[in-house]
Every structure is written in C-alpha cells, then in structure tokens.
Design a protein around this ligand. Sequence first.
Ligand code: NDP
Length: 282
Amino acid sequence: MNQAIDGFSLRNGSQIPCIGYGTWKTPNGDVAINAVSTALQCGYRHIDTAAGYRNEESVGLSILQSGLKREEVFITSKLPNAKRGYESTLAAFEQTLTELKTDYLDLYLIHWPANSRQFNDWEQINLNTWQAMTELYHAGKIRAIGVSNFLPHHLEALMHTPVKPMVNQIEFHPGLMWPETLEYCKANDICVEAWSPLGTGRILSNETLIDIAARYGKSVAQLCIRWVLQNDVLPLPKSLNPDRIAENLKVFDFEISAKDMAIINGMPYFGGSGLHPDAVDF
Ligand code: NDP
C-alpha cells in the first residue's frame, strides 16, 4: 500500500481503498457536510457511515457536491440494530440509499450481531438479516456485504450460507486486537476493518506510543494508523479538524520496524470503548 486509494481485495474481487474516513458522532448538517467534503478534498475515497450515526443525509450530500463520480467514492453503511430481520433489513437498506442519495452501496454491514444476552434465537435473527443482505447483493444493489462486531461464534453461522461475509469491522487499536477474531477472519478470507483506530482519542497520550512515534518523526495517530495497516487491517480514522484529517493520510512515507510492531502488538489493554459484542444490550 502506497496511498489511501490503494485497495484491500475482497473475496469477490471488489477493492476497498485502504484508509476509510470515519463519521461516528459527526452531527448531520454543516459539520458532517464540511468534514466529509474536507476528507474528499484531502484524498479520502472511502467514507464509513451508518444509519445509526444519523448523518447519512449529509454524507450523501457531500459526496454528491464533491464533483467526484459516484464510482470514485467507496461508501459503507450499516444496518441499525433495531432493523434486524429479513423484511426490516430490506426496508432499512432502501432508507439508507435514499438518505445517501445513491442507487447502490459499495459495502453494507450488519452493525452489531444479535447476541445471546438479548435473544434466544440470536443465530436465526442474524441468518434472516443475512438472507436479506445476500439478496440485495445478488440484485446488484450492494457491491460487497459484511458484518461488524462479530466474534468467531457469531460469524460461524453465516459461513455456511451461499455468500459468506467479506468484511468484519471491529474495534481495533493498540491494546485491543481481538486475536482470535483476527485469526479467524484471516483464515476465512474476511477483510478486517479497524473502528476507533485511535481509540476515539483515548490512547493517544500513551507514553510507549509517544516514544515510538517520536523515533519515526510521526504523530501517535499516524503511528496507530500505520500499525493497523501493517497488521493487514483497514483503518477508519475520524477527525473533524482539517489539519488532522490530512495528517491521518500521511502514513505511507515510513515503515514501523518488526521490533516496534512486536512491542505495540504486545501492549496490554489500556483503554477503549469497553463494548463487548456479547455483553451489549443494544
Ligand atoms: P478514532 O479512533 O479515529 O478517534 C477520533 C478521535 O481522535 C477524535 O477525538 C479526534 O479529534 C482525534 N484525532 C483524530 N486524528 C487525530 C490526530 N491526528 N491527532 C490527534 N487527535 C486526533 O475515531 P472513532 O472512535 O470515531 O472511530 C473511527 C470510525 O470507526 C468512526 O468514526 C466510525 O466510522 C467507525 N466506528 C464503527 C463502529 C462500529 O460499531 N462498527 C463503532 C465506532 C466507530 P479531532 O476531531 O479533534 O481531531
């Protein structure tokens, strides 16, 4: 990977630009319009949103107004948890297309698995949702389908369906690598995307990371993004600050040594969202 538009290849041959721009908690309206517009001007060609972020409308407007052709921008959105199930997935997807002002998505994800804490029939719910996503994929309305926050036991049921998940988007940053999930995805040709690659900013003051980043003349954020890439995972950094939006793309002019990768890979948990896919009640 030499630039943000270089792609990760998915099982079906689709390519995803290797850095995506995150939009969680970016308010709909001028904030989202300006942020996404800045990101596109800086060179991001992959935008990560979700119906649950309630900003698809502004994300879509920004892309429309950017002057870029639709096919030049890779758009990901996600199915809200309240819309799991066959019929409601089909309806939620149409709503997402309307909000984003597009007639197809590059990638659609199940945002969170139905889990055993909330549902006795959690596996069947995930299968019903997946059936709808598979039909939308076959109809050409989605170029690639996947999941988010799925651990191996959630993925397992979907691996025996005609179209297996192509992407799993999980929380991934120094101190939190979900090694079993990472290994499972790599073994099954599922591209892993890193949400909160900067730990929503919480991990940026870590002394070990500060020391390593300084040795490369890079910021801790750039170190984290590069570290994600060197683990063959696709980072989705978010910033609302134009300078930092640009800074987060400048990660192709240095390489973290094997020794430093091992140090960062070995860091114990020191902060994250605290959300566990089997413990959440949403
Ligand atoms: P990050 O982990 O990318 O962290 C963003 C925070 O870091 C902001 O506070 C930002 O502040 C700060 N920051 C960004 N760049 C820099 C920099 N260069 N130097 C210093 N500070 C910086 O964000 P998110 O937690 O939002 O995760 C990224 C994306 O992942 C989301 O936006 C969303 O698209 C996706 N996501 C998916 C989830 C899922 O369940 N699938 C869950 C959560 C996130 P500032 O704006 O001031 O720069």
